[in-house]
Design a protein around this ligand. Structure first.
Ligand code: HEM
Length: 91
């Protein structure tokens, strides 16, 4: 295993621990496995919404209009203020 592969495996393992049991999928496989390919992956990234009335979500589960079943354990990665640069700039 080369250094790059080791970093990928270690990062995925850390994500697995952080996400308390939900394992992030391998995007190189997912792009072929899901109808729509890369467009599907993009849609999931922008598909977060408040759940409609009557839909309840467990802790650590989010509503996503493009995920099968509309429930996903990946948090929204595209929110203002998620990243803070060294000079204090929020992005
Ligand atoms: C730009 C970066 C990312 C993209 C494009 C992306 C995309 C996706 C997509 C499309 C899925 C749905 C997979 C499916 O159809 O089965 C997914 C699932 C998942 N992602 Fe991400 N993701 C990203 C970053 C992350 C990050 C940073 C984390 C961890 C903090 C994460 C954790 C997960 C987990 C745990 C799942 C499985 C969700 C479940 O089984 O309910 N992802 N991701």
């Amino acid at each position: 295993m080369n250094t790059f592969s080791k970093v990928i495996v270690e990062t995925e393992f850390l994500m697995f621990l952080v996400m308390s049991g939900a394992y992030p999928p391998d995007m190189s496989v997912l792009v072929k496995a899901r109808k729509g390919g890369a467009n599907y992956i993009y849609s999931v990234l922008v598909g977060y919404e408040d759940p409609p009335p009557g839909v309840t979500l467990d802790d650590g589960v989010y509503y996503n209009k493009y995920m099968a079943g509309n429930k996903i354990k990946m948090p929204n990665n595209l929110m203002d203020g998620l990243v803070e640069y060294a000079d204090g700039t929020l992005a």
